[in-house]
Structure formats: structure tokens, C-alpha cells
Design a binder for this molecule. Sequence first.
Ligand code: SF4
Length: 369
Amino acid sequence: MPDGCPGALTTHLAADGPLARIRLPGGVLRPGQMQVLAQAAAELGDGTLELTSRGNIQVRAVKDPDGLASRLADAGLLPSETHERVRNILASPLSGRVDGLADVRALVGELDAGLCARPDLAELPGRVLFALDDGRGDLCGLEPDFGVYAQADGSYALLLAGHDTGVRVQRDAVVSTLLECAGSFVELRRAEWRVAELDNGAARILKRLQLTAGPALTLPAPVEVPPIGWLDQVDGRVALAAGLANGVLGARLGEFLAAIDRPLIMTPWRSLVVCDLDEEPAEQVVRVLAPMGLIFDAASPWIRVSACTGSPGCEKSLADVRTDLAAAVDARMTPRDERQHWSGCERRCGRPKGEVTDVIATGIGYRVS
Ligand code: SF4
């Protein structure tokens, strides 16, 4: 079966037009790249950027897919035409700046370069996920196909199909081990999209690579509430973590974010982090951008709710779930102590991992389960 996962070059024809998904390894965007994306969303898309649960960005209703691809390439957001859909690399968003046992930032670039350099790995499905957890345990619960979880002794636990294998690797073997595991999956898979779908997949990959497993850790549960608000960095500067209603960033707000001229990180919780700010500019950012839609209050109901695309973007949807969710938030009808995910049909796309209450459109209202 062909891989239908959308990319920047292979757009998906959604009900509201072509959809392009732009992979951002580690969720990292330079300010100039955010400016290019914001401008492209305004001029070639529907005027918004959608954050995804893998720290990527989507542009909807693309009028000129070739024009978009050319802008992305010029901005360095399309380093490999053959591997663009398999660059699904998550890294702990605050790594090296706030807490964590290791700094995994450099590993992102090394893994991305190694992935793109191996022709066989272009055959990975677009759904495959790599994760570099810096030891705080924020990514383990996202069930990566291939991942590492930093340990206090300086080693990294090797994760396959969302579980600890019991194998430990040192920092300089992290990238090569992950790439070898991915290569083995390419050789072993038939119609499976994820390692978890492959019969005895993790054990077969370890055997192929002659890796011996020790006792496995029980991994931390998925993150319930992402980091939000003012965060003090280890270098004395400030990181601002912000939520967005429905995980959607308007092009104008994107241009303001670019103008701050600081590194930006998109998180797998459809929020973002503005990094490396001095205190005074950080206060200004909060003052200017909170009224434009950035949510710096961890108690906001938007931090605990999410929705699929719904109508009009998805033809399967039985409701305009994002508009309905916004109305429920405005009316203070969403619970403050649990996570809710609203879906336009039973497929429940984008549903977060972990304990989540589902609110599903039925055509005659919503069913809560
Ligand atoms: S959950 Fe259903 S309605 Fe929502 S995006 Fe997925 S397929 Fe479409």
C-alpha cells in the first residue's frame, strides 16, 4: 500500500485543498524560517500554521504547492527531497536550557544528517517516529518507534516501539544505533507502518543487530500538561512556553514571533517555546503577544483540550469541531482537571496519548466517552 503520509512535496488533498506538512527535526525553527512560513501561510495557504503532535507544522489549502516547496528549500526547510517525510525527530523541547539529565540538541542535527545520508532509510514509512528524551521523561510516553532516554549515569536507554529494550548505549553510539535499528525495520517490514505493528518487532531488530538486552525500565507516562509560561534557563536567560487555541498559529502572530529574533521550538503538545530571551524583552513578549493569542497561563482551559481538523478541512467530519470546542471553552464548559480531545468522527485523529476523555461528533450532537 502506498504511503499516504503528507509531506512538503507530497501534499495531501484535504477537503479544503492541498495540505503540506513540513518536518522540523527537534521542532526547531530559526526566526527567518518562521518568517518564511508565516508569509507562505498568508500568501499561499489559508493564513494559518497548524502545529502537529510531532512538533511539525502544516500549511492548509495550499494554492501553489511548487511555489511553497521552493520557498521551503530556500529557507533550508527541505534539506532532502528523498527523505523529507521520514525526518520525524522529536527532542525534549527544553533540553540544554531548563532541567534534563543531558543536552540532546546536538543529537538532533546528527540524527537528521545521518538519516538523510542513508538511501535505504528513504523507505521508512512517514509515520515512523524518532525521539531523543533528555532524561526528563517527556517523550517516552509518545511511543517512539526508535528512541533514547538519557540516564543519570551518562548512558542512554534504547527504546523501540515505545518500550525500553534494556539495551544501554553511550552518547557517541546513539545516532548509529538508532539508524541501524531503523535500517533493520526497513528490511524486516512488509506492510507494517510502525515497529509496534511488526510481529515481535523490537526483539527481531535487537537480534539482527546482535544487541543484548538487560532489565528494562518502566517508562514515564505521557505528559499531562506541557510546560507553559516563564521558565528560567540554566544560562540566566528566559524561555517562554506558550499554548495556542487549537494548536493554530495565525500568520500575523508568526511574523511577530519571527521578529523577536530568537530560536523557536515547536513542541509535540502543539505549543511553542521562545528561547534565549533576556528578562526585559521576555516581559515585552508576554505583554505584546498574549493579547494576540499566545497563552502563557498554565491554568487556561486551552492547555488541556485539543481537537482534530474537523470540518471544513476533513471530509469525514460530522462537525466543525474546532469552532464547537472554542465555543465550549468560551462558555467555560470544558473541565479543568482532565484532558479532552474533540473529534469529528470515530478515528479520533491527533488524540494525545494517556488519560484522555473523548468528545466525538455523531451528527446529532457529541458523545462523551
Ligand atoms: S478524526 Fe475524523 S473528522 Fe477528525 S480529522 Fe480524523 S478523519 Fe477527519
